[in-house]
Design a protein around this ligand. Structure first.
Ligand SMILES: C[S@@+](CC[C@H](N)C(=O)[O-])C[C@H]1O[C@@H](n2cnc3c(N)ncnc32)[C@H](O)[C@@H]1O
Length: 314
């Protein structure tokens, strides 16, 4: 296995878990089944509930950002994997001026293939003016860009964002859903510093591990290591404070963080009650332990007072 292969495979895991949860009706996503093949694997209810909280919380902040900026903005999705938000936003008429996805070449190449195979995916990208450029591992449409880049190499990220027509003067939302933890801390520090330097109005939403300096964290690190998957950036995942400070220390104006157990309790409770009836779960402690080891961090830079500091997940 090449050193990045284990990390690349984490996208298959995430996409399969999301597809499984969507089929169980935790949330609706008509596109996930087009992005990832069905697997025979079954996932425990606590895994699906964890994904439900992750997807619902990420989307809540994404939608709030789009509303606040009246869609006059850009979204950059780091380590996007098989993410379907672009297509879902199109269906809701909530899409930004530009939606840019970055991942390793082998992941974007597979996404290009899936998009080419499914008219329902391709048509939405081509719908604005029909203009679309496709290569083996990249797509450039009028408001959608899928590009390959190693996020640990800043010069690559910069180049690919430029090729995607990024406009630094527009408010820009950067998302990383379970991605930064796989990249060396110094490399993500460089990336977060560069964004803070270059983008006057920006927000960053980061979902990943937290409270990792305990036994549960050790076991997770060892389990992933045995699958050749290394949590190279785990030092930022010690606590909510280390998560906030990775932004505050490199030029971001403000940052908030909540663990997923806190977030789960703040999500719209009628929907939480609905999903809790979907599958019987007897090990509540297991879910709480899992949710307590993931978090959402959102950071902002807002010199013109658009209101980014007031956005929150609840
Ligand atoms: C756990 S998956 C998450 C995928 C997607 N964000 C989601 O939540 O469904 C992690 C993703 O990050 C990508 N990734 C990790 N390190 C990366 C790097 N250095 N450069 C580019 N992509 C990276 C992986 O290839 C993978 O697609």
């Amino acid at each position: 296995m090449a050193s990045d292969d284990g990390v690349i495979l984490t996208n298959d895991d995430a996409a399969q878990c999301k597809r499984f949860a969507v089929e169980k009706k935790y949330w609706a996503d008509p596109y996930i089944s087009l992005m990832t093949p069905r697997s025979s694997a079954k996932h425990a209810p606590e895994i699906s509930r964890g994904y439900y909280a992750r997807v619902t919380a990420m989307r809540s902040l994404l939608h709030k950002f789009l509303k606040l900026t009246d869609r006059n903005c850009q979204v950059v999705n780091f380590g996007a994997g098989s993410d379907t938000n672009y297509w879902l936003l199109k269906d809701m008429d909530m899409y930004p001026k530009s939606f840019i996805e970055l991942d390793f070449k082998s992941v974007t190449a597979r996404k290009v293939n899936q998009i080419k195979r499914h008219e329902a995916l391709l048509q939405i990208i081509a719908s604005e003016d029909g203009d679309i450029r496709l290569s083996k591992s990249e797509i450039h449409g009028s408001d959608y860009h899928l590009v390959d880049a190693d996020l640990s190499v800043l010069s690559q990220v910069e180049k690919k964002l430029q090729e995607s027509g990024i406009d630094k003067t527009l408010p820009t939302l950067f998302m990383a859903e379970c991605v930064l933890v796989y990249i060396e801390f110094n490399k993500t520090k460089e990336l977060l510093t560069w964004i803070a330097d270059q983008f006057p109005a920006a927000m960053f939403i980061n979902y990943e591990q937290v409270n990792m300096a305990d036994r549960f964290g050790d076991i997770m690190i060892e389990n992933l290591k045995s699958r050749d998957c290394f949590l190279a950036g785990v030092e930022a995942c010690k606590s909510l404070e280390t998560q906030r400070h990775r932004f505050l220390d490199v030029g971001w104006e403000g940052a908030d963080a909540m663990d997923m157990l806190q977030i789960y309790k703040c999500l719209p409770q009628a929907d939480v009650h609905r999903i809790e009836k979907l599958e019987f779960m007897d090990e509540k402690e297991l879910l709480e332990q899992l949710l307590g080891h993931y978090c959402l961090v959102w950071a902002w830079k807002d010199p013109n007072n658009l209101g980014l500091a007031d956005l929150d997940v609840t």
